[in-house]
Write a protein that binds this ligand. Structure first.
Ligand code: FAD
Length: 506
């Protein structure tokens, strides 16, 4: 008895990418998503005509099928595309010493940096050279060809006989931290802090803890591809992946919360939903986080004790405090759609020091009623401060007001009279974040540093059980979660099938 060849738990970016590709490879795939909608951290919600993003706000290469962005590559391979609005600069970083426009092209980025620190800008050129060198090396091997088993190297050596040895020569750089590379090229304190901030915005870690590929690829993509934002909000990404899944015969079931992964004789056999329904399949892929998979979806006795303990001990990055606002737009004048407000202090990774503000209705007016804007502002917030709180408690509400106030103060740097403009206010604590994103402690993801090595792979000790998403390789962020889906899907099919897929690329 089998209901599918593959069951995917969760329709986040990693789950949908793995599901879409496996459907494209001819497998019968069912995705069980707990929420009313797919997308996970990248879902949207609507209130009073305002369409709000729940999470990500910064993207590049979405509308460009030649971009290195794994998401764009998957969509192209599945015959789908996204409409995206290009813009530049990516964001305005409001630093204590002034506003820094974050241009995509390196040349413009350095020119803007020179206005703050001529020496820092010069030193950034050396870093640029190292990052672009790696970016070019990595670009020669499409992420769509990657897998997570011992067939990877022979496959790549046969298909990319020139690019592979070049890539191997860069392994030292690939396994370095951004901080180690910066040590060799950047002495200027202003430029060091800027690089810390760039790393923090991707990984929530500082440069010393952030692995080079995450940042080299980001800078490379910003320079070579377009910075853009998905028309219709971030949910358009999931919508495109769901269309692709269904086109290739797969099924998405929403409001289908998986309570337990069924394991028999050391092998995954399917899942049991909250309402008791059982679905059987020889392969189960979990897009839930490493903590949720090991701690909630599997019975303790189904996992080797050592593996389970190590999985549950994986360090977490903090959660978030969010403010979603609907505001009147009259008389606002020229406004940029994205801002990062940085408070004074040495360490940008301290929660509450950096505020991200996105006003996507400036890029896509359909996200807000006429004459209004949709604003999403957030900052990191430690989970521990909220543990044991109950929504509605006096202490909970007081803390929420206090943290919301901090976000308002950051917003006032951009729109001084914002409080008078608000027509809709929704604030969300880490508890809300954890609840709607179905993520352990509402975490952004694992705090795995460059020194710790790579994120865990898609494999688990249970036969037929795999993992995808941002607690697996290569890491956190929409492009990385998409890459994790590719790695997992390709691992489950033969190299010949991957070859076949690569041949269909334009
Ligand atoms: C505030 C914020 C800002 C961000 N900004 C950016 C940005 O600007 N750019 C960027 O690239 N990235 C950004 N990210 C990171 C990025 O959004 C995530 O890394 C990525 O979307 C995670 O994808 P995932 O595949 O790991 O799945 P998730 O998004 O975690 O999705 C997992 C899915 O599984 C479902 N699920 C969980 N448990 C079950 C269960 N038991 N049964 C059924 N379904 C289940 C969940 O409902 C969810 O839909 C941001 C994230 C946040 C939170």
């Amino acid at each position: 008895m089998r209901d599918a060849d593959v069951i995917v738990i969760g329709g986040g970016i990693g789950g949908l990418v793995a599901a879409g590709l496996l459907a494209r490879y001819g497998r019968r795939v069912v995705v069980c998503e707990s929420h009313r909608t797919a997308g996970g951290a990248a879902h949207c919600f609507t209130r009073q005509g305002f369409r709000f993003d729940a999470g990500p706000s910064l993207f590049w290469g979405l509308g460009d099928p030649r971009s290195l962005n794994p998401l764009s590559q998957v969509l192209a391979a599945l015959g789908e595309s996204l409409e995206a609005v290009p813009y530049d600069p990516l964001s305005l970083y409001h630093l204590p010493e002034g506003t820094f426009p974050v241009h995509g092209r390196w040349r413009d980025y350095r020119a803007a940096a020179a206005r703050f620190s001529p020496r820092g800008a010069e030193e950034l050129a050396a870093l640029e050279q190292r990052f672009m060198e790696l970016y070019r090396v990595l670009s020669a091997i499409p992420v769509l060809g990657l897998r997570a088993d011992k067939r990877l190297v022979p496959f790549l050596m046969r298909r990319y006989p020139i690019a592979m040895p070049r890539m191997m020569r860069h392994l030292g750089l690939i396994y370095s931290s951004v901080g180690q590379v910066a040590d060799r090229h950047i002495a200027d304190p202003w430029a060091r802090r800027l690089i810390d901030l760039e790393c923090f915005l991707v990984t929530t870690l500082n440069a010393r803890e952030t692995p080079v590929p995450a940042i080299a690829i980001m800078f490379g993509e910003r320079d070579q591809s377009a910075i853009d934002y998905p028309k219709g909000g971030t949910e358009s990404i999931a919508a495109a992946l769901v269309r692709a899944l269904e086109r290739w015969g797969g099924t998405l079931r929403t409001r289908a919360h998986v309570e337990r992964i069924l394991v028999e004789g050391g092998a995954a056999r399917g899942v049991r939903l909250r309402d008791g329904e059982e679905l059987r399949a020889p392969v189960v892929i979990s897009n839930a986080s490493i903590w949720d998979t090991a701690g909630a979806l599997l019975a303790a006795e189904d996992l080797p004790a050592k593996y389970r303990a190590a999985a549950l001990r994986t360090p977490t990055t903090p959660s978030f405090m969010h403010l979603h606002l609907g505001i009147r737009a009259d008389g606002l004048g020229a406004l940029h759609p994205h801002h990062v407000v940085v408070e004074d202090g040495e360490d940008v990774t301290v929660p509450g020091k950096v505020f991200v503000i996105s006003i996507p209705s400036l890029l896509d007016p359909s996200l807000a009623p006429e004459g209004h804007h949709a604003v999403h502002a957030f900052t990191l917030e430690p989970w521990a401060a909220w543990e044991g709180c109950e929504r509605g408690d006096e202490a909970y509400e007081a803390r929420k007001r206090e943290r919301t106030e901090a976000i308002y103060r950051a917003l006032e740097r951009i729109i001084p009279d914002i409080r008078q403009r608000v027509v809709l206010e929704l604030s969300a604590s880490p508890l809300t974040h954890a609840r709607y994103l179905r993520r352990h402690q509402g975490t952004y993801g694992p705090a795995i540093t460059a020194a710790d090595g790579l994120f865990p792979s898609c494999h688990t000790p249970i036969r037929g059980l795999y993992r995808v998403g941002d607690s697996t390789r290569p890491g956190v962020g929409v492009p990385a979660a998409a890459a994790s889906g590719i790695l997992c899907a390709n691992t489950l099919v033969s190299p010949a099938e991957v070859d076949g897929l690569l041949k269909t690329r334009r």
